[in-house]
Design a protein around this ligand. Structure first.
Ligand SMILES: [Zn+2]
Length: 305
């Protein structure tokens, strides 16, 4: 069966927005591939993520993917020794250019560091404040309400689902693995369609001895073909402006070329969402839980087994 693929771009940092986003937009346009760019709209406090070195598993990840090499020293100091640049205010032009080029745009977050590290302990009011700040900045930049969101670090819970429902999003993409579903968290069913990412991210594979760079493209094609042959439907791949748009740009260009060669059909995530919602009654309700996944430290939102 032929492969159908939707691309979602998480944009985490000021530098990734300024440099990685235009690079990716150019590479995607070169092969005529659509994508959804999800922006971090508030202060870039990436440097605060350095405190994650205190967590188990982080040293292993640093040595695998060379965080300094990917993000750059400047980015790692933002919000620590250097003031946090406001991504939306500094990069509105880049963001609008991506939308004007025909790409879908949506919300990744307001403050990436705060959402990724604290959303699981924040009360509803705090989560709402964070997401409403992102919506307000999105509205200021684009002049329209955001219709989609995908959370930093795949961190999702009943409170964040609640504020997504309040925002009347078309769909969200917060979870990892499996088919689209309506999430049930802590016994409550939420109305915003969830379209999970089905493929591993580059940084989950990079630097592992079993996935040398010259095998990564073939690995993705194998995963996508296996899913297509199993009737797995549309695959969703999350990339990062800071990785595929910068340090690993060449490798992503190779992946795009390989996709083009085998005739992968690209679909924009919002189109895919509309297709699914046209048959709303057949979309399953699934329990959303937090679990570990291969290649990533900590837990992420997944469908319960
Ligand atoms: Zn992110």
């Amino acid at each position: 069966m032929s492969i159908r693929l939707a691309l979602k771009v998480d944009v985490d940092t000021d530098r990734g927005t300024r440099v990685g986003v235009p690079n990716l937009a150019a590479d995607l346009q070169a092969v005529g591939a659509p994508a959804a760019f999800l922006f971090s709209l508030g202060p870039d406090q990436t440097g605060r993520a350095i405190t994650r070195v205190l967590r188990p598993g982080f040293f292993q990840k640093i040595s695998r993917t060379s965080v300094v090499q990917i993000y750059g020293v400047r980015t790692l100091l933002n919000g620590t020794l250097l003031p946090a640049p406001h991504i939306g205010r500094r990069n509105a032009g880049v963001m609008r250019a991506v939308r004007d080029a025909g790409f879908e745009v949506g919300i990744h977050c307001y403050n990436h560091y705060r959402w990724q590290d604290y959303v699981q302990t924040m009360p509803l009011a705090g989560v709402r404040e964070e997401f409403e700040a992102a919506r307000a900045e999105f509205l200021r930049v684009f002049g329209t309400e955001a219709r989609t969101a995908g959370a930093p670090g795949w961190q999702s819970n009943a409170r964040s689902r609640e504020v997504y429902d309040e925002a009347e999003l078309l769909y969200a993409s917060d979870a990892r693995g499996g088919a689209p579903f309506f999430p049930r968290v802590e016994g409550k069913v939420f109305k915003t369609l969830e379209i999970p990412s089905t493929l591993p991210t580059f940084d989950e594979l990079m630097g592992r001895p079993e996935y040398p760079d010259d095998q990564i493209v073939a690995h993705y094609l194998k995963l996508m073909q296996a899913a297509a042959d199993a009737g797995g439907g549309t695959q969703v791949f999350t990339l990062h402006a800071e990785i595929e748009g910068m340090g690993r740009r060449g490798l992503f260009q190779q992946l795009l070329a390989a996709c083009e060669k085998v005739g992968v059909e690209f679909v924009r995530l919002d189109e895919y969402a509309r297709e699914l919602l046209a048959n709303r009654a057949v979309i399953p309700v699934r329990d959303q839980v937090l679990a570990e996944i291969d290649g990533r430290s900590g837990v992420v939102a997944v469908q319960a087994a």
